[in-house]
Design a protein around this ligand. Structure first.
Ligand code: BES
Ligand code: ZN
Length: 882
């Protein structure tokens, strides 16, 4: 382990590699504890590098077993080797071949980076810097090589051998019980996209013909016996491939496309060229074991990794500072895909909820950073909501600014000019500037400035002149290392709505025909003429820019938007704003503000809207009924937060809404009784979502009724969605029924780790003082393991991220528990440890008592010897003052 203070890497320090590696031949001799890797690389000096420079190869925990240069053993004085690197001191000033033999122990690899074993399957994870854990290499994204991989293994242990690219020669090695397979990937790629898999796997596959008529075999490989659960992923893959052809004219480029599901995986999934490796929770689905959201996630993650084939693989990143170039853009693409497959408005609301809960929180705390950071100590800590989600919002704003046609032309130009290269954010923006003739230099500030802009709105109506005026100002609060902020280019999609529902034409010189005003400075004034009645403004329709909105509208105006706006996102948003206002009032007032009247008006308005929406779009209706989360409320309060007060306000509001709407909710439940077989399609899922939100609210209003009804649903449920929704409701109603239901569920799904994760998660999220003890107990459950990231996230992650009152316990026990786990995982799996640790990032916003407890736990972690770079980076930034 690296124990020294990790060095800071800066964007400005970029310089091209001194050497290039044109081809790499790998021979991988799989063995559980002693896998040998023979790597033969064709190096040459980079014309753009420093002449005569030593060849400096990266390594990480490697054992060097042999080294030859152009067929001759390299004398000891010609190189320096350690587990962390290999330097050839005076390499030839011409092309040369280096043959390096290393040995690694995949079974002992608990970090799940490089080559490791998951449930007996050999697999790899090389992004961001895991390739150097397999062999010494120029492990940087701008060194692209053509790979040929020979994999050899015991035939009985690993009947399936997969690599990047296209399959070549394969066969038995007579008399040894071993066999081999050779894979060749013709597309030059960086080492982070390298992958191999070996193991006993079942598969489902089908032929796919690309738009130009090329045949491809697409396949999903899973644990034998689980093949039926891979069908949905295969179907999603096929739909993704077709969609990328239709929408972006991107065609697949190899003869095969393989997806492999493994149980132990640090992240969600990985886009290795032609060989995507997935966390099995984003592949395996059956109605009995997966919920509607699992199906939706599988569809999105399959699409995301597939879309990387163009945005990430064919065009990769020059350096890791450009991560958003592939991740933000690919998230945008997978969001567009999911919106086309499902309801666009419903999907948009979901995207914004995650953005607000995760990215806004990050942007408001000590870990805030620009979408393109300018320095890092540990790149693994920059796969963040900011790079991903805000990165996707920037691409969406670009589309709004340029319009469909120029955006499409810009994408095409980007694909054409950058194909086969390691590109930068500038290259991306240049493509759009070139096709549109626009100067995007102001817009580019979105990539370099951190923090969430706050847009304040003042409105004024002059009936005598029939004139309406909207004044907008924007301001971005300071973030760590960035005190001064400039104005951002904001596409403001807007319209005017009559409080009575009539349409009002927006006669405004500063509005484009599509209803977008482009705000480029810190303030803007929009004047509307011929406005005959006082309008209500509907601003940032569809969440056209990722900002916080401060609006001078009263509840009545907001409720008018809820009822009459033509923009579904803003209808939902209006209800959220009314709810947020009263929740914040309730959670922060000492005496308890009289919010009942306001809450009643909201509930009644929701009731009116529901009459239509529960039929028209049940998924949308379900979202209307979902209050802002405790995380969002806490963030809105911003400082001295008392999580218990937030929770009480949240509970009370739900109780009131459930009581006021009891009859409507009961009617909804009656009208949405499940009929027929389960189907994961969006319409059926929407009905289930509405039905289950109704149950949740009814239970908040009347726990005794809720307990009976949830127990009944649990017994009758024919699918995991309804079952889990019922169990979640029961989990918040203490008593025997709950404990029996939990015990029964564990018995029913004893052999299903992914289902037990849901069970761990529900229990870890119970907002009661007994929960920490319960979690402690569950760490000894036979199905729990600290070596499996999914288990850890289900149990510990749910406490930290989905249980505000118990994580932020006033006595500090929640913080101490998380700190213990972080320290335990620091050595075995630093990436998982560092991610859990980010839950502390809101520590400065809680009230002083909790703040002191959190700080002392962070300091305890910081004092620890042998901190991994991952954990040390997060803890240092979390504690830093500026
Ligand atoms: N390239 C990433 C996987 C990755 C993340 C590798 C971090 C190394 C470090 C992959 O494309 C990805 O983004 N996966 C996401 C899921 C996706 C749908 C946003 C993940 O793993 O969470
Ligand atoms: Zn990605």
């Amino acid at each position: 382990m690296r124990t020294d203070t990790p060095t800071v890497i800066g964007l400005d320090d970029y310089r091209p590699s001194d050497h290039l590696a044109d081809t790499i031949h790998l021979d991988i001799l799989l063995h559980p504890t002693a896998t040998r890797i023979v790597a033969e690389t064709a190096f040459r000096p980079n014309p753009a590098g420093r002449p005569g420079a030593p060849l400096v190869l990266d390594g990480d925990e490697l054992r060097l077993c042999g080294i030859e240069l152009d067929g001759q053993p390299l004398p000891a004085e010609a190189f320096e080797a350690s587990p962390q690197g290999l330097t050839v001191l005076a390499p030839p000033q011409r092309p040369f071949r280096l043959r390096v033999v290393t040995e690694v122990d995949p079974t002992a690899n608990t970090k799940l980076m490089g080559l490791y074993r998951s449930g007996g399957i050999y697999c790899t994870q090389c992004e961001a810097d895991g390739f150097r854990r397999i062999t010494y290499a120029l492990d940087r994204p701008d060194v692209l090589s053509v790979y040929t991989t020979r994999i050899e293994a015991d035939e009985s242990e690993a009947p399936t051998l997969l690599g990047n690219g296209n399959p070549g020669e394969a066969g038995a090695i007579p008399g040894t019980g071993r066999h081999f397979a050779i894979w060749h990937d013709p597309f030059p790629k960086p080492g982070y996209l390298f992958a191999v898999v070996g193991g006993r796997l079942g598969k489902v596959s089908k032929p796919f013909t690309t738009m130009s008529g090329r045949p491809v075999e697409i396949a999903v490989h899973v644990e034998p016996g689980k093949e039926p659960r891979a069908e949905y992923a295969l179907d999603a893959l096929e739909r993704s491939m077709r969609w990328d052809e239709e929408v972006f004219a991107r065609e697949y480029d190899l003869d095969v496309f393989n997806v492999v599901a493994v149980s132990d995986f640090n992240m969600g999934a990985m886009e290795n060229k032609g060989l995507n490796i997935f966390n099995d929770k984003y592949v395996l689905a059956s109605p009995e074991t997966a919920t509607d959201s699992d199906y939706a996630n599988i569809e999105a993650v399959i699409a995301h990794e597939y879309f990387h084939n163009w945005t990430g693989n064919r065009i990769t990143c020059r350096d890791w500072f450009q991560l958003c170039l592939k991740e933000g853009l690919t998230v945008f693409r997978d969001q567009e895909f999911s919106s086309d497959q499902r309801s666009r408005a419903v999907h948009r609301i979901g995207e914004v909820r995650t953005l607000r809960a995760r990215q806004f929180t990050e942007d408001a705390g000590p870990l805030a950073h620009p979408v393109r950071p300018n320095q890092f100590r540990e790149i693994n800590n920059f796969y963040t909501a900011t790079v991903y989600e805000k990165g996707a919002e920037i691409v969406r704003m670009l589309k709004t600014l340029l319009g469909e046609a120029d955006f499409a032309a810009g994408m095409t130009r980007f694909f054409e000019t950058c194909d086969g290269t390691a590109a930068t954010v500038e290259d991306f923006l240049d493509a759009f500037a070139a096709v549109s003739g626009r100067d995007l230099s102001d817009f580019a500030r979105w990539y370099v400035q951190s923090g969430t802009p706050v847009v304040t709105v003042r409105t004024e109506y002059d009936p005598a002149q029939a004139r309406y005026r909207i004044d907008l100002t924007q301001e971005t609060p300071p973030t760590p290392g960035q005190a001064e902020k400039g104005p951002l280019v904001l596409p403001v999609a807007l319209g005017l709505v009559s409080p009575t529902g009539a349409a009002i034409a927006a006669d405004c010189a500063d509005l484009r025909p599509d209803g977008v005003h482009v705000m480029a400075g810190s303030r803007a004034s929009l004047i509307f003429e011929n406005v005959r009645e006082r309008p209500v403004p509907s601003l940032f329709r569809g969440f056209s820019a990722p900002v916080k909105l401060r609006l001078d509208l009263g509840d009545d105006d907001l409720l008018a938007l809820l009822e009459h706006d033509s923009d579904p996102f803003n209808r939902w948003q209006a209800a959220q704003m009314v709810a947020m206002r009263l929740l914040v009032g309730q959670a922060t007032s000492e005496s308890g503000t009289p919010v009942e009247a306001s809450l009643l008006r909201l509930a009644l308005a929701l009731g009116r809207v529901l009459v239509v929406e529960s039929e028209r779009d049940p998924a949308f209706a379900a979202l209307l009924l979902s209050l802002p989360s405790e995380t969002e409320i806490a963030q809105e309060i911003g400082s001295d937060v008392d999580p218990d007060a937030v929770h009480r306000a949240w509970l009370a509001a739900r109780g009131t809404i459930g009581t006021v709407l009891a009859a409507d909710l009961a009617a909804i439940r009656a009208a949405t009784e499940p009929d027929g077989a389960y189907s994961p399609d969006a319409a059926s899922a929407g009905r289930r979502a509405l039905r289950n939100v109704a149950l949740d609210l009814l239970a908040s209003a009347d726990p005794a009724f809720g307990e009976r009804e949830a127990d009944r649903q649990l017994a009758a449920a024919g699918n995991m969605t309804d079952r889990l929704a019922a169990l979640a409701v029961l989990s918040r109603i203490p008593g025997d029924t709950r404990e029996r239901a939990l015990a029964r569920f564990a018995e029913d799904f004893a052999g299903e780790p992914l289902v037990l994760d849901k069970w761990f998660g529900i229990q870890a999220a119970i907002p009661e003082p007994g929960t920490l003890d319960r979690i402690h107990g569950l760490t000894s459950h036979p199905a729990f393991s600290f070596t499996n990231p999914n288990r850890v996230r289900a149990l510990v992650g749910s406490l930290a991220l989905a249980n505000p009152t118990q994580f932020h316990r006033a006595d500090g026990a929640g913080y101490a528990f998380l700190a213990d786990i972080v320290l335990m995982l620091n050595g075995s799996n630093p990436q998982v440890a560092a991610r859990l640790l980010t839950a502390f990032s809101t520590w400065r916003t809680v009230e002083p008592g909790r703040r002191a407890n959190a700080e002392s736990q962070l300091k305890r972690i910081a004092r620890e010897q042998n901190l991994s770079p991952d954990v040390s980076d997060i803890v240092a930034r979390s504690l830093s003052e500026a």
